[in-house]
Ligand binder design. Structure first.
Ligand SMILES: [Zn+2]
Ligand SMILES: [Zn+2]
Length: 246
């Protein structure tokens, strides 16, 4: 009788010798006994934010503050609350880049775990649907990272995916590098509603929050349609904090 298990083990070992794998982030050789796609150190770099945050817009704060942040005190968003899983930088920034531009699906389970974690920690009420922030209409790539993240979260939580309810009507220049005022005018009228959302409670999802303008703009469109909106992102940049009025 063939020892199938033993044979599989031998083939696995042979594969490791013939095709050794490197960590997709730092390039070190992977320990094939327990590492896939990323080494343990890089995987550990994808860690949740454990510091204080604004209870409304969810920006990470340097010190605990039970009330809303300065920006929300002056200009609260139309969405009820937003939560990010992690701070954007280091291993997470590189992993997200691999996911977005190289379709490297090996990091998807890590992002899925992060989103599921922040969803359960958020304490948000039950949702009728997940609405991903839509991509530019002229984008030539088939792959939409935000839609993919929304699919991963929907699959794990059982919340229905409402992938087509929000559309982007026109291409907009990248938000990065624009002033706060320019960001708002850049996105003005760019998103439109493609379905009935009145009376629904929706979870708006994006990969990274930079200044919150995209989330706020999409939240406005969904709220005007009569829905109650909450938001989740995988990560937020330190820029989100720098917009805090001093
Ligand atoms: Zn590594
Ligand atoms: Zn806030």
């Amino acid at each position: 009788m063939t020892d199938v298990k033993g044979e599989r083990h031998f083939l696995h070992a042979l594969e490791a010798v013939l095709f050794p794998s490197r960590c997709q982030i730092c390039g070190c050789w992977l320990d094939l006994a327990g590492e896939r796609v990323l080494c343990k150190e890089c995987a550990a770099g994808l860690a949740p934010w454990r510091g204080p945050r604004c209870p409304i817009c969810g920006i990470f704060l340097p010190t605990p503050d039970p009330s809303r942040c300065g920006r929300c005190a002056v200009q609260p968003p139309s969405f009820r609350a937003h939560r990010s899983w992690a701070s954007y930088g280091g291993a997470l920034r590189r992993a997200l880049h691999l996911f977005k531009y190289h379709d490297l699906d090996g990091v998807a389970p890590l992002f899925q775990a992060g989103l599921v974690q922040i969803w359960y920690e958020s304490g948000f009420p039950p949702m009728d649907g997940i609405v991903p922030v839509p991509a530019d209409p002229t984008r030539h790539r088939d792959f939409s990272p935000t839609l993919r993240l929304a699919e991963l979260l929907a699959r794990e939580t059982g919340i229905p995916l409402w992938g087509n309810v929000l559309k982007k009507k026109r291409t907009t220049p990248p938000q990065a590098g624009l002033s706060q005022a320019r960001r708002l005018t850049n996105l003005k009228g760019a998103f439109t509603l493609r379905g009935a959302v009145a009376g629904k409670r929706l979870l708006l999802l994006d990969d990274v929050m930079t200044t919150g303008t995209t989330l706020r703009t999409c939240g406005d469109v969904l709220t005007r349609g009569g829905s109650e909106v909450f938001a989740l992102t995988l990560a937020q940049t330190p820029l989100a904090r720098s917009l805090e009025p001093s």
